[in-house]
Design a protein around this ligand. Structure first.
Ligand code: G6P
Length: 367
């Protein structure tokens, strides 16, 4: 049956409102309802024996892969690489037999990601795909598949598939950390609990639509926008910038907050909004001092943080979006939602073709 927009103006808006359900449904596939512990489907390889992880993907799926890399390294202490598939396949890195190749793709058909999969297979890696389409080419050619339970995504710019990818990668990282003995039972329980809290918090974020529209009004006047983040929220800054470019046609860059002083700081003036994705956590103070530098140069700082973080940045922030508290581990799942919603509202203000932005395709099946 054809999929409708229901009462929403665009598929993208509808799909943004599906974040809570999609994250919940995806987690339910991977978390035992009784024990509330991560319980992945059986995999045809031993997670404890994997020496190295190689992640490859394109677009937003690549950014999900970057968050995944952070989780695998910091939590599971597993050496990991992540590359855009179009570079990975031609860089042709040497790989040790028995490593794990991980592909992330909504469609399971993106040409470069599929080529990366075939390269990984030829290099005798175990091949695991995180896809939203179980009948896709990538699913068929993989040793194992972990499905994102996002349902069909019609808007060309990915939204709900992205948070579903994060949910799968978070569970896989927890399972890997457990298999490698890198986390104890108490830590594992806390991490899993922080994921299970996300659907309710995501729903609360969607209630903040009016506040996000206020920020969208500022962005709609801008020519360039800078998004900053650190750690596992650096890829969320990249995602925010990508989404804004894709659907509103405003130039945006996502940057690691600590790298700002090596370039983008030269661009900062009152006409360039600086969006900080900065939940409380071990890296908060570092980002805060980067933001002080941006503010000192006249930058218009827009903060996405929790109540404690927002309070600390109130002196320099032109606008603040206060999000629910979240364990820093799970923050990327929550913070992805307001940045996507922000891009949506900017695009609506600009009157662009939100669901089918110019020059872009939902699934890029040519090189
Ligand atoms: C296109 C879409 C993006 C998507 C990317 C990768 O560029 O516009 O939203 O992230 O392809 O697609 P995939 O199906 O591999 O996730």
């Amino acid at each position: 049956a054809a999929i409708g927009r229901g009462n929403y103006r665009h598929f993208m808006e509808k799909e943004l409102h599906e974040h809570p359900a999609v994250i919940g449904d995806t987690l339910h596939r991977m978390v035992d309802p009784g024990t509330r512990a991560v319980a992945l489907p059986k995999l045809p390889f031993d997670l404890a024996a994997i020496p190295r992880l190689t992640v490859s993907a394109c677009g937003s799926a690549f950014y999900a892969g970057l968050v995944g890399r952070w989780w695998f390294e910091t939590l599971a202490r597993l050496p990991a690489d992540a590359d855009v598939a179009s570079e990975f396949r031609y860089r042709a890195p040497p790989l040790t037999e028995g490593g794990l190749g991980l592909l992330v793709s909504q469609s399971g058909e993106t040409a470069d990601t599929l080529a990366a999969l075939r390269y990984l297979r030829a290099e005798r890696q175990h091949v695991l795909s995180v896809v939203n389409v179980p009948e896709s080419s990538m699913a068929r050619e993989s040793d194992a598949v972990l499905e994102t339970v996002a349902g069909p995504e019609i808007g060309v710019a990915s939204t709900k598939a992205f948070t579903a990818q994060l949910a799968v990668l978070a569970c896989l990282a927890i399972a890997t950390a457990r298999a490698r003995g890198a986390i104890d039972a108490a830590r594992e329980a806390a991490l899993t609990a922080s994921l299970l809290e996300i659907p309710a918090r995501a729903a609360a974020v969607l209630e903040q639509d009016a506040e996000i529209q206020r920020v969208a009004a500022i962005l709609a006047e801008a020519r360039d926008v800078l998004y900053l983040g650190r750690g596992n929220c650096f890829p969320i800054a990249l995602e925010g910038a990508l989404k804004l470019k894709e659907i509103s046609y405003i130039h945006a860059e996502g940057y690691a907050a600590g790298e700002m002083k090596h370039g983008p700081i030269a661009l900062i003036d009152p006409a360039v909004p600086v969006i900080a994705i900065t939940p409380s956590g071990p890296l908060f103070d570092k980002t805060a001092s980067n933001l002080q530098e941006a503010a000192a140069r006249g930058g218009r700082i827009i903060v996405f943080s929790d109540a404690a973080g927002a309070a600390r940045l109130r002196g320099i922030a032109a606008e603040t979006i206060v999000l629910p508290d979240v364990d820093p581990f799970a923050a990327p799942l929550l913070y992805a939602i307001p940045v996507q919603l922000l891009a949506y509202h900017v695009a609506v203000r600009k009157g662009t073709d939100v669901d089918q932005p110019r020059n872009l395709a939902k699934s890029v099946t040519v090189e």
